[in-house]
Ligand binder design. Structure first.
Ligand code: ATP
Ligand code: MG
Ligand code: MG
Length: 536
């Protein structure tokens, strides 16, 4: 089949799965519940869903919970939430641990067939031997000896914990994955779901092909860096089919892993950020988790479009965050309401010498080109605020535009010795042509009703653009990743709710993270990157 990645907008996979029959394709998304889902997992999930839909087949979600030392039900609950937020339509959720009895049965059949042997070589030595292609001294054990060791393993006895069950494959193979991979380990730890019932746990290499086949998965998708393991998967499956009549075949299909610049995408590394308090949990807006990026203001439609645009390319590349955020901007800009804010720091009181004697209220649309956004009240008075950065640009006598009002002319500017503008007098000149001014400025009428805002912006968690596996990411942590600006917003902002997306004119797009709840506590808004800024 042809690999053709479509990079054009709205593109999708114009490439099929091999051996796929319409109506019969079954794919699966198999997260391990050892962390929240990140954007790489979202790609895996959406890709599996894409192929299930394309062939009018089915998608299964399977928690790959074979390592009792790492997994927690907190993660299961959050992954289920993430899967729902991703809009995944799946047939059912299963757990690898559902199949422990069958997996143990399979283990026993393979011992009896002479395919698995019990090995108590110390872990370090086993690693050495695999590296040097040396056969284990345990390889020649009889079936009876292996079964006896297996019994000890299943009971989790002192002798049992020293054993691993290994496949008798090919210790001379150039492919390290075929050098007698481990199939079961003994681990008498409490399992989050099965408790202490089982003391032996299948490895991923053993459980995955079996459960895929057993559940009737027709196409198992895997990232291409595991290409080496493909042979192993097929070898394992073939041995299993010999001792388990009717166990169907599974086709593997690989796609490229998603990486982003200035980002770590591995649960182990993300766990470190959470556990060391460098972020405020897995849903922190700086985290590349599904919860983090949605909380930061990414829309699911933008995520889907981005992932489908990548096509079926197998090149492992580092994606730019700008790319995904500019898709997002294209979606939110036409619909999100407009509001105005002025920063508190060094804001400039401006007197309109010929302004309205009393505060006037004008009703204007929240979005000039999108009526459903509703209306808002614009307050006009003779005392207004300008941002310091804007006031600084104005010259004495200059004509400029007050947005949604009209032109004005600077009459006098007062500055402190360091050049900071401390006040300004201007005269309205409403007959002036707004098209001719250089500065079209946002402003707010001074009022007790303005809404206190805490504007937050964020930067990447790591300073290196392309983090490689061998990099010490802890040494690349960005020390400053959270930037806070106090501001006030127009009175209409008072009713905004958590998750509302808006534009603060001339400042950018924002999402409400904490609405107003009690007096004295500002509304918290996160800046939504728009693909033009440097950070995320
Ligand atoms: P991580 O170390 O990041 O947690 P993982 O592969 O160990 O990754 P799993 O929970 O086993 O985590 O992954 C679930 C599925 O998501 C697997 O099919 C896996 O291949 C896929 N996946 C994980 N990371 C990425 C990524 N960066 N890009 C694409 N697919 C990914
Ligand atoms: Mg995994
Ligand atoms: Mg991992």
């Amino acid at each position: 089949f042809v690999k053709k990645a479509t990079a054009d907008a709205g593109g999708s996979f114009d490439v099929g799965l091999p051996n796929a029959e319409m109506g019969k394709v079954v794919t699966r998304f198999p997260p391990e519940p050892s962390g929240f889902l990140h954007i790489g997992h979202a790609k895996a999930a959406l890709l599996n869903q894409h192929f299930a839909e394309m062939y009018k087949g089915r998608l299964l979600v399977r928690f790959d919970d074979t390592n009792p030392s790492k997994e927690k039900d907190e993660f299961v609950d959050n992954i289920i939430k993430d899967i729902k937020d991703l809009g995944l339509t799946f047939e059912k959720i299963t757990y690898t641990s559902d199949y422990f009895p069958q997996l143990l049965d399979m283990g026993e059949r393979l011992i009896k067939a002479g395919v698995l042997y019990a090995d108590d070589t110390p872990v370090e030595q086993m690693r050495e031997e695999r590296l040097n292609r040396v056969e284990s001294k345990c390889r020649g054990r009889s079936v009876a000896e292996n079964l006896a060791a297996w019994e000890e393993m299943k009971k989790g006895t002192d002798a049992g914990v020293n054993y691993a069950l290994r496949f008798k494959f090919d210790m001379k193979s150039v492919n390290g994955c075929l050098r007698d991979p481990v199939a079961f380990r003994c681990n008498p730890t409490h399992h989050w779901r099965t408790g202490l019932k089982f003391k032996v746990y299948p490895t991923y290499d053993f459980a995955c092909p079996f459960v895929d086949a057993y559940e009737g998965v027709t196409h198992a998708l895997r990232t291409s860096e595991y290409k080496d393991r493909e042979d192993q998967y097929y070898w394992v499956l073939k041995e299993m089919q010999k001792v388990w009549p009717g166990l169907p075949h599974v086709h593997m299909w690989d796609y490229s892993r998603l990486n982003f610049v200035n980002t770590v995408l591995s649960k182990r590394k993300l766990t470190w950020f959470v556990e060391t308090g460098r972020v405020d949990g897995w849903a922190d807006p700086r985290m590349p988790t599904v919860q983090g990026i949605f909380r930061r203001g990414l829309r699911i439609e933008a995520l889907k479009e981005f992932i489908l645009q990548q096509g079926a390319s197998r090149n492992v590349t580092f994606q730019e965050w700008d790319k995904i955020w500019s898709i997002n901007k294209r979606l939110i800009d036409p619909v999100c309401p407009r509001h105005t804010a002025v920063e508190n720091r060094a804001r400039v009181p401006v007197r309109l010498t010929n302004g309205p004697p009393e505060t006037e209220v004008v009703v204007i649309p929240r979005h000039k080109k999108y009526e459903p956004a509703g209306k808002k009240a614009l307050l006009r008075s003779s005392q207004i605020w300008l941002d310091q950065n804007d006031a600084k640009e104005l010259q004495d006598g200059e004509e400029f535009t007050l947005m949604d009002w009209g032109n004005a002319v600077v009459k006098s500017i007062t500055k402190d010795p360091s050049g900071v503008v401390t006040s300004m007098d201007v005269a309205l000149h409403l007959e002036g042509d707004v098209k001719k001014t250089k500065w079209k400025l946002t402003w707010l009428a001074q009022s007790d009703e303005l809404v206190d805002l805490c504007l937050l912006d964020f930067d990447y968690l790591v300073t290196k653009r392309k983090i490689e596996e061998e990099d010490d990411f802890m040494a690349l942590v960005n020390p400053h990743t959270r930037f806070e600006t106090a501001a006030q917003g127009d009175t209409n902002m008072r009713t905004l709710q958590k998750g509302d997306v808006l534009q603060l004119e001339r400042k950018g797009y924002f999402i409400v993270d904490e609405p107003l709840t009690k007096p004295g506590k500002p509304m918290v808004l996160f800046n939504i990157p728009d693909g033009r800024t440097k950070n995320m």
